[in-house]
Design a binder for this molecule. Structure first.
Ligand code: AMP
Length: 419
């Protein structure tokens, strides 16, 4: 027997109600804020990701699904969405559009991680990007949209974490301060952090190992090292968030796991029994489009993990709206009735009434058992008598009451919610 590969899962019909709900709310929020959908290839040139996400990051070093195709091209299954959006932005000359260009995607993402609850090798992200403006009001919009999206789902007990990690001008000063700080604690660091201290000191702040976390708590804060323009940007952003009534927690350890971020970074975290597992995060990446060969274009974005959202909807016991499904099951007895049942099914569907048709040689009793399992509102039964007289038996599945009805009246009866 084959099984789904480790770290992947099937989203079975019974789960779809959550997924369609999250997707629907995502699309609705994008329409509300004027973000347009973009669909991107599942794989890209490997260099696009190593260049943008950063050679020193866990994603590029350990987690990418990279392969060579039969043409000798090195390709990677997308480990995140932003790089592809930026590639498409450049490839299709979207910089000629009046900015900011607002785009969103919903797509599977692939990372070779150690699978555990809320962490998979294939997960799905809803993400969006606003490209072409460095106005802190746009940062506030992107953050507000993330928050409103999660709240619109019915989620509560969330917290918004915020930080600014500066720009090309002020980052080097901050990195030097971090290296200085950690130089006195090298023996307390985990081997990974020891190795990345010189090349990538920011990564040490989000290491999950307890001793490194303790050290990170007392490390210098990036917000204390911002240059004047970054300070001004951050303080305007905080002003806008206040204006919008969005409470946030300043989190100086928040740096995000990708190298392309500049200035604003943020995450939304759920508080469930003290456990923290980020629902989504994002930030500014003002240099990324320039680094990918475009003219310098400030931008920012956000991405949320759909699996974690579904997990939290369940944990918080949020009732999601049911998916539309047929309310009618057509059962039959006898060959003549079978033809009539097929014709009736087609007529009802043409009138927009969803119908599940019985099939095979099951007894009427077995067909009704199936109707019961399908949780339909009505069974429409055609036997030999009904086939001859142009009638049907309409059975209310909840009350088991049955009545004989002329076929000509059926459509009207089924269309009425309480028939
Ligand atoms: P990132 O692209 O790492 O900023 O991730 C954005 C969001 O995707 C996170 O906040 C998570 O909700 C989700 N996510 C990231 N990695 C995984 C994973 N391996 N499995 C499930 N969800 C993930």
């Amino acid at each position: 027997m084959y099984q789904a590969p480790r770290g992947t899962s099937d989203i079975l019909p019974g789960e779809q109600v959550y997924w369609r709900y999250v997707e629907q709310q995502a699309v609705a929020i994008c329409q509300l804020y004027g973000y347009e959908r973009i669909d991107l290839p599942a794989f890209e040139d490997t260099r696009l990701f190593s260049r943008s996400i950063g050679e020193e990051t866990d994603i590029v070093q350990k987690e990418m699904y990279t392969f060579e195709d039969k043409g000798g091209n090195r390709l990677t299954l997308r480990p995140e969405g932003t790089a592809s959006v930026c590639r498409a932005f450049l490839e299709h000359g979207m910089h000629n559009l009046p900015g900011p260009v607002r785009l969103y995607y919903i797509a599977p993402v692939f990372r070779y991680e150690r699978p555990q609850a809320g962490r998979y090798r294939q997960h799905h992200q809803f993400g969006y990007e606003a490209i072409g403006d460095d106005d802190p009001a746009l940062d506030a919009e992107v953050i507000d949209m993330a928050w409103q999206f999660l709240v619109s789902l019915g989620l509560s007990r969330l917290s918004l974490h915020l930080n600014s990690i500066g720009c090309k001008e002020c980052r080097p000063g901050y990195m030097a301060a971090l290296k200085d700080y950690y130089a006195g604690h090298i023996s307390d660091l985990c081997p990974d952090c020891r190795a990345r201290l010189q090349r990538s000191p920011l990564r040490l702040l989000d290491c999950k190992k307890p001793p490194c976390q303790q050290l990170a708590d007392s490390a210098p804060a990036s917000s204390d090292y911002l240059c004047l323009p970054c300070q001004a940007h951050f303080s305007s952003l905080k002003g806008y968030l206040e204006l919008l009534g969005l409470a946030f927690v300043m989190d100086h350890r928040l740096v995000r796991g990708l190298d392309y971020y500049t200035r604003t970074v943020f995450e939304v975290q759920p508080e469930v029994d003290g456990a923290q597992s980020t629902l989504g995060g994002g930030g500014r990446y003002d240099n990324l489009i320039g680094e990918l060969g475009g003219k310098p274009t400030p931008a920012l974005g956000f991405a949320a993990g759909m699996e974690r959202i579904v997990l939290n909807l369940k944990r918080q016991g949020i009732a999601v709206p049911p998916l539309p499904r047929p309310r009618v099951f057509i059962a039959y007895a006898g060959d003549e009735a079978r033809g009539e049942a097929i014709k009736l099914g087609a007529t009802l569907r043409q009138a927009g009434i969803g119908v599940i048709q019985a099939s095979g040689g099951k007894t009427l009793k077995a067909q009704l058992r199936q109707a019961n399992a399908l949780d339909v509102r009505y069974a429409v039964i055609i036997g030999e008598e009904e086939a001859r007289t142009g009638t049907v038996v309409l059975r209310d599945m909840a009350t088991s009451q049955q009545k004989s009805v002329p076929r000509s009246q059926l459509q009207q009866l089924l269309a009425e919610p309480a028939a």
